[in-house]
Design a protein around this ligand. Structure first.
Ligand SMILES: Cc1cc2nc3c(=O)[nH]c(=O)nc-3n(C[C@H](O)[C@H](O)[C@H](O)COP(=O)(O)OP(=O)(O)OC[C@H]3O[C@@H](n4cnc5c(N)ncnc54)[C@H](O)[C@@H]3O)c2cc1C
Ligand code: SF4
Ligand code: SF4
Length: 433
């Protein structure tokens, strides 16, 4: 343990999504030294994977990429990607995080991001970054604007053919790279570990993820993205352009059969956004949104909803009970029509499930912070200090504290950074006294 490297910072931010990056930038601009620890091979979180964002329909990567670059180039920010947080504890007045950086099997100091390795690799694997709709190689940079631009080898699929090593112009391939353990010591920390979607496998009535033309909302974001897997919207089973698309709301929120009773807050808005974008890409398509209630709570959101209705998107009030695979790749929805009454079956070419949000990370066994009954990080004084956790000097921001859209995640990140800065000023003053 003595040989483990120890690095000192004022603040530690865990998670490099939009909330973590905003919090890090706000602290770094006040001259605090900040470490950002990210689990993935690139920073950017979910937002860098979205197409356009409600309610403005701005290009998501056009907003996220400058923030990612600003954090990566900031003199006061050090970013550690592809890391596992083993523990976060209080050690006297400081916080101590034990971190393991996974091996990329590529020397980060030598890699110049030229992708020659990727082009020469003979192995194709389903690309999770593109919703599994296209392929990547066994050595790859996850997406074109990833930060850092460093390749990583997927050892599960690599066949050790040596082709990448032969073409790499900087001799960066290192088949013998080992995981690296280090300790980060900081005075304060911000948890910005975000969310993941409710697992589709848990919902047997919706096909448990086995019906090819029933996709998740994040897969739909990739179909709509300018550099998406097909460069146009096609249904996965046969590459047909869909004539009829359905959205199923609350597929994993407000649904006790999935153990989730809360509203995920963003699904109504992202479904409406995707429906509007689909109408633009496929002008003749029929789009139906099956909903229980439409929750358009934010500034300008109700108008956004009304605009979608004016564009001809159909809203059907009814909870979809079950989905079956129909003929020729179609998907049959069975639902109770709450206005007209009765159980109705309707076929669509493509179905998108508006899955809800669950916490991506839980503190259990890693740090002594409480999670609330919904599993998200507990905030102890929600009305007075909404970003404060029950661990002294540790704050929370973004979807780590509960389902949230981008506007609220950024606002909360600013609030967490202010709380952390105040805490830093106070303890620095106490130590100087
Ligand atoms: C389909 C879909 C469409 C959406 N569209 C919109 C939209 O149009 N407009 C809008 O306002 N909102 C939208 N949202 C919501 C938006 O994605 C979130 O508000 C936003 O991503 C929250 O940011 P975050 O940084 O809190 O979390 P995330 O984006 O989830 O980032 C969290 C980061 O933390 C990292 N992490 C997790 N655990 C650890 C760990 N243990 N150690 C280190 N790192 C860790 C993750 O890898 C990730 O990089 C959409 C959501 C979905 C699902
Ligand atoms: S590992 Fe080598 S070939 Fe691959 S991106 Fe880096 S420098 Fe280029
Ligand atoms: S050694 Fe592995 S990663 Fe490199 S080219 Fe061969 S299969 Fe691809």
């Amino acid at each position: 343990m003595d040989s483990v490297q120890k690095l000192y910072f004022d603040a530690l931010v865990i998670g490099g999504g939009i909330a973590g990056l905003q919090a890090a930038l706000d602290l770094a601009d006040q001259d605090f030294k900040v470490a950002v620890v990210e689990r993935d091979t690139s920073i950017g979180g979910k937002m860098i994977r979205l197409s356009k964002v409600f309610p403005t329909l701005d290009c998501s990567s056009c907003i996220t990429t400058p923030k990612m670059a600003a954090a990566a180039h900031h003199d006061n920010i050090t970013i550690f990607t592809y890391c596992k947080l083993n523990s976060l504890d209080r050690n006297g007045k400081d916080l101590t995080a034990s971190v393991t950086q996974h091996p990329r099997y590529v020397d980060p100091d030598n890699c110049i991001g030229c992708r020659q390795c990727e082009y020469s690799c003979p192995i194709y694997v389903a690309d999770e970054e593109e919703g599994g709709f296209s392929a990547r190689k066994a050595i790859y940079i996850p997406f074109s604007n990833a930060i850092p631009q460093i390749a990583s080898m997927d050892v599960e699929n690599c066949i050790l053919c040596g082709k990448c090593q032969k073409v790499c112009p900087t001799a960066a391939i290192d088949y013998f790279q080992k995981p690296e353990d280090f300790i980060i010591s900081a005075k304060t920390a911000i948890l910005a570990t975000g969310f993941e979607l409710t697992p589709l496998e848990n919902k047997q009535q919706y096909g448990s993820g086995k019906i090819p033309n029933v996709i998740t909302s994040l897969q739909a974001e990739r179909l709509l993205a300018p550099h998406g897997p097909y460069n146009r919207v096609l249904r996965p089973s046969d590459g047909m352009e869909p004539d009829s698309i359905a959205y199923i709301q609350c597929a994993g929120s407000r649904d006790k059969s999935m153990g989730i009773s809360y509203c995920s807050r963003v699904c109504c808005m992202y479904a409406i956004k995707q429906a509007m974008l689909l109408s633009g890409s496929l002008p003749l398509v029929d789009i139906t949104i099956y909903y229980m209630d439409i929750r358009a709570f934010g500034k300008g959101y109700e108008q956004f909803y009304q605009n979608a209705k004016a564009m001809g998107i159909e809203f059907v009030k009814g909870k979809v009970a079950a989905i079956d695979e129909g003929e020729n790749g179609s998907v049959a929805l069975h639902y109770e029509d709450q206005y007209r009454g009765g159980v109705v079956t309707k076929n669509h070419d493509l179905v998108v499930l508006s899955l809800g949000m669950i916490p991506d990370w839980k503190p259990e066994g890693i740090c002594p912070i409480s999670a609330a009954s919904d599993g998200f990080i507990q905030t102890v004084r929600p009305k007075i200090a909404p970003t404060r956790t029950d661990m002294k000097g540790v704050f929370v921001a973004g979807a780590a504290a509960g389902p949230k859209d981008i506007v609220d995640s950024i606002a909360e990140a600013g609030a967490a950074a202010m709380e952390a800065a105040k805490y830093l000023v106070e303890i620095n003053r106490d130590r100087a006294a």
